[in-house]
Structures are given as C-alpha cells and as structure tokens.
Write a protein that binds this ligand. Structure first.
Ligand code: FE2
Length: 216
C-alpha cells in the first residue's frame, strides 16, 4: 500500500506468513549467526545510532550479502520481498525514469537495536547520486515498545545526516509503526530516523538498497 508522506509516498506491506513461512527457522538462525560474529559484536555503533547499543552488519555488506545468506531465491520470504520491491518501484514512480525489471542490490545488511537506541536522521542517497534508488526495510523482530520509523519533512537534499529527531517539530515528522513482518519501501533520498527503542528485547530489521537499470 502506498501512503502519502509529505511530498512523496512510502510503501508499506505486511507479510501474513511472517511467523510460519517455509524456511523461517533457517532465516532466523542465519540472522542470529550474523549478530554473533566477532566482527559484528566487536564493531562500534554505526554513526547514525545513538543512545544505546546498535549491532549492524553494514560494514560487512560486501562479504555478507543478506539475500544470499537468507537464501532469498529459494524461500517464501525472499520471493515475497522481491515482489513487493518490484510493486513499490511502480508505486513510487521509478518505472517512469528507470528500467525497474532490471535491478540489483546495492548494499544489504541487518540491524539490531537495543534499549535506549535511536537512529538519527539520515538519507541513503542524495539527489546527485546515481544509486541506490529505493530502500526496503523488513522487520524480523519487533517487540512491544520498539522504535518506530519516522520520515522527516526536510527538502534540503544535500543534508545527508540531520540533527537529532527531536530537533524537528512534530509537524515535520511522519511515523510509520514498525512491526514484525512489515516491509517498508521508500525513495533512498527520503530523510528518516527512528524514535527511541524502549523495549528490553532487541528490535531487528534487514535493510536492502536497490538500484534500477537505466531505461533502454
Ligand atoms: Fe535508513
């Protein structure tokens, strides 16, 4: 579903088989294995995270591809996510400027945030960047009191990292609730953040950056 968010749209979908799709155990195991890697456990927080511990495999994106590790080509989750990314590409209008049938993953990684953590405002691409075009976020584990995703109305596309979320007035913030099994697809240029994660349990999501080929 396409939701209007300020001057743009954001696509939100919920995977109704998120708790029992075929291959789920393998996916969960692969994600936990990633967060137990010494190179993840011993790596400091990504610069966008503040207030609490945030584990991320972003720095390993070249060697630890999420679609490969989670076997996206051969399980229902991967198939569902790919179809929704394709659908989102049209809903967000990328079909008008790009060949959306040909896309490739840019960076892919997993994030796990712990109590007190929040993601500071950031964009995944500026207007001048050729790629990525779209960012897909799939939430695999969202307990009560989890951080939600917040889109921010700030049209200065040069600004890749904003100040703290609280520096923006409420009228400049649009909340999309995070939820286990939810997929959010947005234009990579959209400024976004999270509010604070208040659960004792971690919140985990996958981030998939996508680039579309030029029109033939
Ligand atoms: Fe992001």
């Amino acid at each position: 579903m396409l939701l209007p968010v300020f001057n743009n749209g954001v696509c939100v979908f919920d995977f109704d088989r998120c708790d029992d799709f075929m291959g789920k155990k393998r996916v969960d195991k692969a994600i936990d294995k990633l967060f137990n890697l010494p190179e993840v456990l011993n790596h400091e927080n990504v610069p966008d995270a503040s207030g609490g511990r945030a584990l991320s495999t972003a720095h390993l994106h070249q060697t630890h591809s999420i679609p490969e590790l989670l076997n996206f080509k051969n399980n229902q989750l991967g198939d569902w996510i790919l179809r929704r990314i394709f659908e989102s590409a049209t809903l967000l209008g990328f079909n008008e400027t790009r060949d959306i049938k040909r896309f490739k993953y840019h960076r892919t990684w997993a994030n796990r945030m712990e109590k007190g953590c929040e993601a500071r405002p950031h964009r995944h691409a500026s207007d001048a960047w050729s790629t990525p075009h779209l960012v897909a976020i799939y939430y695999t584990q969202v307990p009560e009191l989890s951080a939600d995703l917040i889109f921010i109305d700030d049209d200065n596309l040069e600004l890749m990292n904003g100040p703290l979320l609280n520096d923006y007035p409420d009228c400049k913030q649009h909340k999309i609730e995070s939820k286990t099994g939810r997929l959010v697809c947005h234009d990579a240029r959209d400024l976004h953040a999270t509010n604070k994660h208040l659960s004792e349990l971690p919140r985990t999501c996958l981030i998939i950056e996508v680039g579309f080929a030029p029109l033939p």
